[in-house]
Design a protein around this ligand. Structure first.
Ligand SMILES: NC(=O)c1ccc[n+]([C@@H]2O[C@H](COP(=O)([O-])OP(=O)(O)OC[C@H]3O[C@@H](n4cnc5c(N)ncnc54)[C@H](O)[C@@H]3O)[C@@H](O)[C@H]2O)c1
Ligand SMILES: O=P(O)(O)OC[C@H](O)CO
Length: 353
C-alpha cells in the first residue's frame, strides 16, 4: 500500500520567542517551545512569580505539577523581552490585551510576528484581538492561534491539534514550524476573523454545557447543546463576515467539543457551579482563573440583539447569569420555541423569535 503520509522534516531553527502571560496557557506554550529547543522569554507581571519559576522551573500557582524543561527565561521587563524576540505569543486575558500591547507599542519590532492566543472580545467596540493588533501595531505581521487546546492536557504531552490563522503564509509556516512536535500539530487557516471568533464564542456554550451536566442532563441533551451551539455561533459569525466552513474545523466544532465535554475547561466549570446553585460571583472567585465566556456572553447578547441575529442559547444563558431567571423556566422556553430547520445553510430557518 502506498504511504500517503508526508512527514515533516525538522528545520531545527531555534527562535527567540516571547510568551506574554504567566497563566495556564502561557505556561503550556512555554513548555512546548522549551521542549522544541527555542529560547523562551517568558513574561509575567509578578517578579516573585518570575523568580520562583527561574529557581524551581515550576509555575506553582497555575501548573504546580509541571516542570518546564529547556531554555525558559522568566522575566518582568517586557520592553527588554520584546527587543530580543523574533516571535511574540500573547496569552493574556482579553481585558488586559490592549493595554499591554499599547503600553509597549514602540517596543515591538517591525520584523516581528505577533500571535494572539487569547479567546475573548474587547467590550469597547466588539473588537477581536487581531483587530487590536492591527490598530496598535500595524507594522507587525500578526496571526491568531485557536483550537481545542486545554492547557492541562498540553502540559502532559497529550495529543493535541491547533490552528494558526493568518493572511501571511510566512506567519502560518513559521508558527507551524515553531510549535509543531510529536504531541502538538498545527493546522493552518486564512479566515482569521472566523477562527478567532469561534474561539471566543465557544466559551459561552461551554458554560451552557457545564450547566447541563450539573443538572444531570443526558447525552442526547449534550449533543443537542453542542450542535445547536454550533448552529448559533456560525449564524452569528457568518453575519459578521466569517467563513461558515471554518466552523467545521478544529477552531469551530473541535474546540466546541473539547470545552463542552470537559471539566478541565474553566468555562464549563463556571456553568457547572451555577447549575449546582452557586452565584456567579462566588463561582468566579473560587475558580481563580479567567473564564472569558462570562464577559463574551454579555457582549454577544448585546451585539446579536443590535444586529438582529437569533441566538436563543445566548439569550437564555444571559437571563440565568445576569437577570436571575430560573434555569427550568429558560430550558422550558427553549424547548417549546418554534421547531425549526436543522442546517439553515441547506434549509432556511423559519423566522420567528
Ligand atoms: N488555559 C487554556 O487552556 C487556554 C487555552 C487556549 C486559550 N486560552 C486563552 O488564553 C488567555 C489566557 O488564559 P489563561 O488560561 O492563561 O488564563 P489564566 O487565568 O490561567 O492566567 C491569566 C494570566 O494573565 C495574567 N494577567 C491578568 N491580567 C493581567 C494584566 N493586566 N497584565 C498582565 N498580566 C495579566 C495573570 O496574572 C495570569 O498570569 C484567555 O483568553 C484564554 O481564553 C486558554
Ligand atoms: O478553560 P477554558 O474554558 O478557558 O478553555 C480553554 C481552551 O480555550 C480550550 O480550547
Amino acid at each position: 500500500m502506498p504511504d500517503n503520509t508526508e512527514s515533516r522534516t525538522d528545520g531545527a531553527t531555534a527562535y527567540d520567542v516571547a510568551v506574554v502571560g504567566g497563566g495556564s496557557f502561557g505556561t503550556a506554550m512555554a513548555k512546548v517551545l522549551g521542549e522544541n529547543g527555542h529560547r523562551v522569554h517568558f513574561w509575567m507581571r509578578d517578579p516573585a512569580q518570575a523568580e520562583e519559576i527561574r529557581s524551581t522551573r515550576i509555575n506553582k500557582r497555575y501548573m504546580p505539577d509541571v516542570r518546564l524543561e529547556g531554555d525558559i527565561r522568566p522575566g518582568t521587563d517586557l520592553a527588554d523581552i520584546l527587543s530580543k524576540s523574533d516571535i511574540v505569543l500573547l496569552a493574556v486575558p482579553s481585558r488586559a490585551f490592549r493595554s499591554i500591547v499599547r503600553d509597549h507599542k514602540d517596543d515591538f519590532r517591525e520584523d516581528q510576528i505577533v500571535v494572539s492566543l487569547t479567546k475573548g472580545i474587547e467590550a469597547d467596540g466588539f473588537k477581536l484581538m487581531s483587530e487590536i493588533l492591527q490598530e496598535e501595531i500595524p507594522r507587525c505581521c500578526s496571526g491568531v492561534l485557536s483550537g481545542p487546546n486545554l492547557a492541562a492536557e498540553i502540559v502532559n504531552r497529550e495529543l493535541t491539534a491547533t490552528v494558526i490563522a493568518a493572511k501571511d503564509p510566512d506567519v502560518r509556516h513559521k508558527v507551524q514550524a515553531l510549535l509543531g512536535c510529536e504531541y502538538f500539530r498545527v493546522y493552518a487557516n486564512v479566515d482569521v476573523y472566523g477562527v478567532e471568533l469561534a474561539g471566543a464564542l465557544k466559551n459561552i456554550y461551554a458554560i451552557v454545557a457545564g450547566l447541563g451536566a450539573a443538572l444531570n442532563m443526558g447525552e442526547n441533551a449534550r449533543a443537542m447543546l453542542i450542535t445547536r451551539g454550533l448552529a448559533e455561533m456560525s449564524r452569528f459569525a457568518v453575519s459578521l463576515g466569517a467563513n461558515p466552513m471554518t466552523f467545521m474545523g478544529l477552531a469551530g466544532v473541535g474546540d466546541l467539543i473539547a470545552t463542552c465535554t470537559s471539566s478541565k475547561s474553566r468555562n464549563y466549570r463556571i456553568g457547572f457551579a451555577i447549575g449546582k446553585g452557586q452565584q456567579l460571583e462566588e463561582a468566579v472567585k473560587e475558580l481563580g482563573q479567567v473564564a472569558e465566556g462570562i464577559y463574551t456572553l454579555k457582549l454577544v447578547r448585546e451585539k446579536s440583539e443590535a444586529i438582529g441575529i437569533y441566538m436563543p442559547l445566548v439569550r437564555g444563558l444571559y437571563e440565568i447569569l445576569y437577570e436571575g431567571a430560573s434555569i427550568n423556566a429558560v430550558i422550558n422556553s427553549l424547548m417549546m420555541a418554534v421547531q425549526n430547520s436543522d442546517v439553515e445553510f441547506i434549509l432556511p430557518r423559519t423566522i420567528s423569535q
